[in-house]
Design a protein around this ligand. Structure first.
Ligand code: ADP
Length: 488
């Protein structure tokens, strides 16, 4: 039961049902149309024969009247009428008042009824055609017998005006129609069945690659992320799907590997200070130490704890940036204010290192927008702060670190320049990676997360960040962020 239900829910089943329904409606409409056309054609032919037959009879009467014979009307029902098979036609003449005058012998004692509108026929003299049944006709042709009857009003010189009626039994017509109808009723289900089977097979054929994709996707696990769906033979819709899914798997694998690396690096970064602190504690445990030694160990512990706090802070900021969380509540943030706050915060550290911090804010003219960015103040602050911290940290004493905010519509740029050692060419492409650090003897204190955070924040604000080495030494970091909405 459940497997049947599974079948019913498949796309293949739905496609087949849809095909069969559409075919069914089309077949039925087509059959109905063909039948109607056929009926019309046959009826037209019958009518034409009745008109021809009545013309011939009228001609016969006119000739007889011309020749002055006794009863010219009798001529209309003479069996020897030229080339026409008398027996199949029923002929009856009535006077203008409706009294039956002569009838062909095959009518026996049956009278063909005059149509209700027979008085009107006197005016136009056009033949009137109708299919009649029941009553007198039933007596002649049986209960379901039908007859096509032509009635016309005739005026022949030398004879009193009369109605001529010519009839033909519709037996053959009705049998043919029934046969045709039966054939259609037989063909339609057979056609639908064949169509259904064909579409079931066709649907299977076209859906097989999709099932394969599903199977491959099921086989994928974190451990087998390198698996791909075999490339398609034809670049049709399914081929496109395979390529798209494979590209998606590429991105997924990249993201997953990056995540793995990040977790490993993060664990390592967190473990290092813990190991150091543990080591210090174990040294202290062994024997009594002098007050000086205790002091030294304690300051070592405090340093490591500070580093640990830094790493945790950075990881949290990165996680927030990754999750895209903060930007669900954005507000216009002035980059002038962010740069001012950051510069003020880093001023004491810079002075201590003998580095001069120079701040240059954007000064928009009256027709220019304020340097506002739609975003998260804390994140933007963290981004600029990391750049300024690096500038100060990697500059030798006596140098200048410039922080500039500049409008380049529709963007606002924050540029941080220094005159430090710069970044060696082979490392410059990787400095924005998490935990990536340029190996330097003189500075072992960083975490390698600052620039990754800056890049994450820039991306979250639909902006970008670039770094280049300056001629004459040092680095230039440029962050470009789109101006707040309604400002452009
Ligand atoms: P860190 O905490 O090590 O500074 P970052 O992600 O901020 O981590 O920087 C990554 C690496 O890029 C650093 O190891 C440093 O060597 C290099 N770097 C960053 N900013 C500068 C700069 N202004 N001048 C020279 N090197 C820099």
């Amino acid at each position: 039961m459940s497997t049947m239900w599974q079948h019913v829910r498949t796309l293949r089943f739905k496609l087949t049902v849809l095909y069969v329904l559409v075919f069914g409606v089309l077949f039925t409409l087509l059959s109905w149309f063909v039948l109607a056309k056929w009926e019309q054609g046959v009826l037209d032919a019958v009518d034409q024969r009745l008109v021809d037959r009545s013309d011939a009879a009228l001609e016969q009467i006119e000739r007889a009247a011309n020749e002055g014979r006794d009863s010219p009307l009798e001529e209309a029902v003479q069996p020897q009428l030229r080339g026409l098979r008398q027996s199949r036609y029923y002929v009856q003449l009535r006077s203008a008042t409706g009294v039956s005058i002569v009838r062909s012998s095959n009518l026996r004692n049956v009278r063909l009824p005059l149509p209700d509108n027979h008085q009107e026929l006197k005016k136009g003299k056009r033949p009137y055609l109708a299919t009649i049944s029941g009553g007198e006709i039933a007596r002649l042709l049986g209960a379901d017998g039908e007859m096509r009857v032509l009635t016309r009003y005739c005026e022949v010189p030398g004879v009193l005006p009369f109605f001529m009626q010519v009839g033909l039994g519709m037996g053959t017509f009705n049998t043919s129609r029934a046969t045709l109808l039966r054939t259609f009723l037989m063909i339609i289900p057979i056609g639908l069945l064949a169509g259904g089977v064909a579409s079931w097979l066709l649907a299977r054929r076209s859906l097989t690659p999709i099932r394969r994709i599903a199977r491959e996707a099921q086989a994928l696990t974190a451990a087998r992320l390198d698996r791909r769906i075999p490339p398609p033979v034809a670049m049709d819709e399914v081929g496109e799907l395979v390529v798209t899914v494979n590209q998606m798997l590429d991105r997924l694998e990249d993201a997953f590997r990056a995540q793995e690396r990040f977790v490993a690096d993060a664990a390592h970064e967190l473990k290092t200070p813990i190991t150091i602190v543990k080591g210090i504690a174990q040294v202290l445990e062994k024997k009594e130490r002098t007050a000086e030694e205790y002091d030294q160990c304690l300051s070592g512990i405090v340093d490591e704890m500070r580093r640990l706090g830094q790493v945790v802070d950075s990881l949290l900021t990165l996680a927030r940036a990754d999750a895209g969380m903060p930007l669900s509540t954005t507000a216009p943030v002035s980059m002038n204010e962010v740069a001012t706050d950051v510069a003020q915060r880093w001023q004491p550290v810079a002075s201590e290192r003998g580095v001069r911090l120079v701040l240059q804010l954007a000064m928009p003219r009256s027709d220019e927008p304020e340097p506002l960015v739609d975003g998260d103040n804390d994140l933007l602050d963290a981004m600029v702060s990391n750049l300024v911290q690096n500038g100060v940290r990697y500059s030798p004493s006596g140098e200048v670190v410039e922080v500039e905010v500049r409008l380049v519509q529709p963007y606002v740029r924050v540029i941080v320049r220094d005159r430090g050692a710069g970044i060696p060419a082979k490392h410059i492409d990787r400095v924005f990676e998490r935990f990536y650090r340029v190996p330097r003897v003189e500075d072992p204190t960083g975490t390698g997360l600052g620039l990754a955070i800056a890049k994450g924040v820039a991306r979250l604000h639909k902006g970008r960040i670039d770094v280049s080495n300056r001629t004459g030494g040092g680095c230039e970091f440029v962050v470009e962020l789109p101006l707040a909405n309604g400002q452009m």
